[in-house]
Write a protein that binds this ligand. Structure first.
Ligand code: UD1
Ligand code: MG
Length: 420
């Protein structure tokens, strides 16, 4: 869905609770930074015009986001309302809706964002926020509703009365605003609260006082709106994402023997009837065909492409490896920067020596070749079709089709040597 609306991602905060030298927004979940996930979620919801508000470690945050967004700068971190105000120049003179997102809420589904936008447009609401019902709402802003269920205001944890603390409905930090009324309300927020900050959440109360309609969408899946504020939450979100991705692959016909020890990053394609054994990590940008067997204890890194019926066994690490149909890579092997043909057998202990300390070089192996155990393939090197590499060889020269290559010291037996 293409939306003609814009988004502001608040990404200027420090994240003190993370206890890190790095901003919490550049912490990674499955290899991808928290803030990058937040931005991609908006893009996947069809919002392309995105402004990121940056401040603390802005160079690092900008290095992550690059030119995928425009930037607004917040010099003093005076709260989320103040952060949005920093993007004023991008909002002024515009009509329509703006999505405002906490940069530290990375697992929101694009379809949930679309639901928020749609409700906001259909119900003609000036502010629509995303909420959730939490058994333990501690730390989050609470949603105040009237008897009729209308949203009146958001109260931050630190500003709640004892009675308000009991409210289980919390603010996710994700909003859809009418641009003009947002700008007008932002001018009215004051730092009269426990933290002495300008809160974006105060906009809701201000709009209500003005008689403008506001509303909320209660999220169905609570895990979508988990925020990352400390390392415990970082682990929690990693688990959530792990289960989400694994479930998706299982629904598509992949057998995962142990979802708890299988770590599949984003952007991985796996064919039907492939079996993933425990303790396997598969990084982004990997394609695996049908009827493959992976693991246990396999590490499939970025850029790998496996055809159908490939076996990657235990303690095997592969990187940027293109592997042909029916090839077996059964145990204790490193293959990096290589192309392997069909129906090859790569013996135990084989290593592609792809790095000379300066450059990465390629190893090419043809179809139906047999690489004996403990072979070192010193790249760049070309091994033909139907070849046979003797076990223990260090291959530095190309091997022609149908050849046997032996590249090792001959054995000498010193008779009776051990009798002395
Ligand atoms: C915020 C909400 C709270 C909600 C929670 C959901 C406010 C006042 N409170 O609280 O109601 O339940 O999110 O996760 O908004 N940021 C800036 N500049 C600032 C301050 C913050 O850019 O001056 C950014 C942070 O980097 C972060 C986001 O805004 O990405 C939210 O800030 P954070 O301090 O995490 O707010 P919470 O206390 O979690
Ligand atoms: Mg937060």
């Amino acid at each position: 869905m293409e939306n003609n609306i814009m988004a502001i991602v608040m990404a200027a905060g420090k994240g003190t609770r993370m206890k890190s030298k790095k901003s919490k927004l550049v912490q990674k979940i499955f290899g991808k930074e928290v803030v990058k996930r937040a931005v991609e979620n908006a893009k996947n919801a069809g919002v392309n015009d995105i402004v990121a508000v940056v401040g603390y470690q802005k160079e690092e945050v900008m290095a992550v986001l690059g030119d995928t967004v425009k930037y607004a700068f917040q010099e003093d971190m005076m709260g989320t309302g103040h952060a949005v105000l920093m993007a004023k120049e991008y909002l002024q003179g515009k009509k329509g809706k703006v999505l405002v997102l906490n940069g530290d809420v990375p697992l929101i589904r694009p379809k949930t964002l679309n639901k928020l936008i749609e409700k906001s447009i259909e119900n003609k609401e000036y502010a629509t926020l995303l909420t959730a019902i939490y058994d333990n709402p501690k730390g989050y802003g609470r949603i105040i509703r009237d008897e009729g269920g209308n949203v009146l205001a958001i109260v931050e944890e630190k500003d709640t009365t004892d009675e308000q603390k009991e409210i289980k409905e919390i603010n996710a930090g994700i909003y859809c605003f009418d641009i003009e009324e947002l700008l007008s309300a932002l001018d009215k927020i004051k730092p009269n609260n426990a933290q002495g900050e300008y809160y974006i959440t105060d906009v809701i109360g201000i709009m209500n006082k003005k008689g403008l309609k506001t509303g909320a969408v209660v999220v169905e899946d609570n895990t979508e709106i988990l925020g990352i504020n400390d390392r415990i939450q970082l682990e929690m979100l990693t688990k959530v994402l792990q289960m989400r991705i694994n479930t998706e692959h299982m629904k598509n016909g992949v057998t995962i023997e142990d979802v708890n020890t299988t770590y599949i990053y984003d952007d991985v394609k796996i064919g039907m009837d492939t079996v993933i054994h425990p303790n396997t990590t598969i990084k982004s940008d990997v394609e695996i065909g049908e009827d493959c067997e992976i693991g246990p204890n396999a590490y499939i890194r970025e850029g790998c492409k496996l055809a159908n019926n490939v076996k990657i066994g235990n303690f095997v690490e592969i990187k940027k490896a293109i592997i042909g149909e029916g090839t077996k890579v059964p145990h204790f092997i490193y293959l990096g920067d290589c192309e392997v043909g069909e129906k090859c057998n790569i013996g135990c202990g084989t290593i592609t020596c792809n790095y000379d300390g300066f450059h990465k070089s390629k190893t090419i192996i043809g179809n139906h070749s047999f690489i004996g155990s403990n072979s070192n393939l010193v790249a760049p090197v070309n091994i033909g079709n139907e070849t046979f590499i003797a076990a223990g060889s260090t291959i530095t020269d190309d091997v022609p089709d149908y050849a046997l290559a032996i590249a090792r010291q001959r054995q000498t037996n010193k008779e009776d040597w051990n009798k002395k």
